[in-house]
Design a protein around this ligand. Structure first.
Ligand code: UN1
Length: 495
């Protein structure tokens, strides 16, 4: 029998109240069971939130730089365990080993950045309008943070949420994605080893309905952070709204690369391949629309298809493979359904377009890298997030038309322009309606110390990453101190 893993609540590994577990399997080899994880329920959430609430009383009073030292230790332990974490992540999530190393590295960077930020949670001191009176501000933690993580970045996204939440003085209850519980389990082990007191971090494994919703609706979770689909994000915002909770959402993307006719085409080609087929297209930031200037359209497509043909699909643990499997069978069906939709809408399938079980791939959820040309703006494969290795190509005649096509989208996460022309680059930076714009680089590859998030349906205005994530996990407080020894009335006595 495979190993069983438990929830972590109030400093103890505990069985779920349901006594029920599910198997976590390797998407590249369905026969391999990584472990059995709890199918928890509301009772477990209640216990975890109670433990977090209790721990918050002391944790909020630990000086932020001291909390930061623990974050540094967490980062150091992750450096020591980087290779092992990456290998296990590839086994449970599928993406190739160089990418899982990057995923762990993003968490390490986030830990070290959090340590730095712990010594500079700046808050302005501003002059008062009255004499012998002053006003200053401070940032305080919010309380218990409910964190709901996706499976595509099994380490980095939990780190983006947990580390700033903790360093700011909150305690957390995290629900890892059901497809990638093991990575968070291992991270939390290291966080305990680094010296986090009991109750500061709690994990409850299980589904969105049985665990996620109770976290959002619990009266004692004060801030919620979720990364996932628009539909679930909307539901969470509505539920959180009823309790007037702070809810931070990072939702989908339908990211486009626009290639002008003056671009360095080899550079653009490498960027498009990496952006579209890295992580098997399962990034919020993945390139899923390619806009090609009509002067280079045919030639670039030829070069692109040649490269796509040579991408090696397979088990991500084999260093020479380029593209791993999709996360699960359901995702294969979703991706394939979109391919069928694309064909029926009249787009031209140039390569791929089907799952594959050839040779070594027989036990995994592999899908061939797929490219459609002749895509038009009204097509669903142009508008909707697919979250798989499917690239939709559209032709445009000039910068203005390309810009209109790029912005014709309900999402606004990431975008990119390839050009050698400064005027186009600067206009793209200003006019692309996305939270992240790249010039001469693909749509993926955000760094942990910059704000991350997007416009439109990509989110609800918050930004994870960088210094802005500390806005999510802290509350502002304003303190007025009167030292005139008399009643002074603002707006009245000083005019
Ligand atoms: C995501 O896909 O949700 O910029 C996160 C990138 C990564 C993070 C992606 N650093 O592609």
């Amino acid at each position: 029998m495979s190993e069983r893993y438990l929830n972590y609540i109030g400093g103890k590994w505990v069985e779920p109240s349901t006594g029920d577990y599910y198997e976590n399997r390797n998407p590249a080899n369905w026969d391999e069971v990584i472990g059995e994880f709890p199918r928890s329920a509301k009772d477990d959430v209640d216990q975890a939130v109670a433990a977090a609430k209790k721990a918050y009383k002391d944790w909020r009073l630990v000086p932020a730089p001291m909390r930061g030292l623990i974050l540094r230790r967490i980062g150091e332990l992750m450096v020591e365990h980087k290779e092992e974490l990456a290998k296990d992540m590839t086994r449970e999530m599928g993406k190739v080993i160089k990418e899982t190393r990057g995923d762990v590295q993003e968490s390490i960077d986030t830990a070290f950045y959090a340590e730095g930020e712990s010594r500079r949670l700046f808050a302005p001191h501003v002059p008062s309008e009255l004499p012998n009176k002053t006003g200053y501000t401070m940032r305080v933690p919010i309380g218990v943070a409910g964190l709901i993580a996706p499976w595509n970045f099994p380490s980095a996204i939990p780190a983006w949420k947990m580390f700033p939440a903790i360093v700011s003085g909150n305690t957390v209850v995290i629900k890892p994605a059901t497809d990638t519980p093991y990575t968070v389990y291992k991270m939390v082990q290291l966080m305990i080893e680094a010296g986090l007191p009991p109750g500061v971090v709690n994990i409850v494994f299980g589904s969105g309905t049985k665990v996620g919703i109770p976290i959002v609706e619990h009266k004692d979770t004060n801030v919620i952070s979720f990364t996932g689909s628009v539909d679930v994000g909307r539901d969470i915002a509505e539920r959180g709204g009823k309790y007037l909770k702070k809810v931070s959402l990072e939702l989908g993307g339908k990211n486009a690369v626009m290639i002008m006719d003056d671009a360095n085409s080899e550079l653009a080609l490498d960027g498009v391949i990496w952006g579209a087929f890295g992580t098997t297209g399962q990034r919020c930031t993945a390139t899923s629309r390619l806009l090609l200037h009509e002067n280079i359209h045919d030639k670039f497509l030829e070069m692109l298809i040649d490269k796509v043909k040579n991408l090696r699909l397979g088990d991500g643990l084999i260093e020479s493979n380029d593209v791993g499997p999709l996360i699960n069978e359901k995702q294969v069906k979703t991706v394939h359904n979109y391919v069928e939709i694309g064909k029926s809408e009249g787009a031209k399938l140039l390569i791929g377009g089907e799952p594959t079980t050839e040779g070594d791939l027989s036990k995994g959820w592999f899908y061939k890298p797929t490219v459609f040309s002749d895509v038009t703006q009204d097509m669903r494969i142009f508008q909707e997030e697919i979250f798989g290795p499917v690239l939709s190509v559209v032709k445009f005649a000039n910068f203005e038309e390309g810009l209109q096509i790029l912005n014709n989208c309900e999402y606004g996460l990431s975008s990119s322009i390839y050009t050698e022309n400064l005027l186009y680059a600067m206009q793209a930076a200003r006019d692309f309606e996305t939270g992240i714009v790249y010039v001469n680089a693909p749509t993926i590859g955000a760094e942990c110390h910059f704000p991350f998030g997007g416009f439109k349906n990509t989110g609800n205005g918050h930004r994870e990453g960088g210094w802005t994530v500390y806005e999510i996990f802290t509350e502002w407080k304003t303190i007025y101190i009167e030292y005139s020894g008399k009643l002074q009335r603002a707006q009245i006595d000083n005019v």
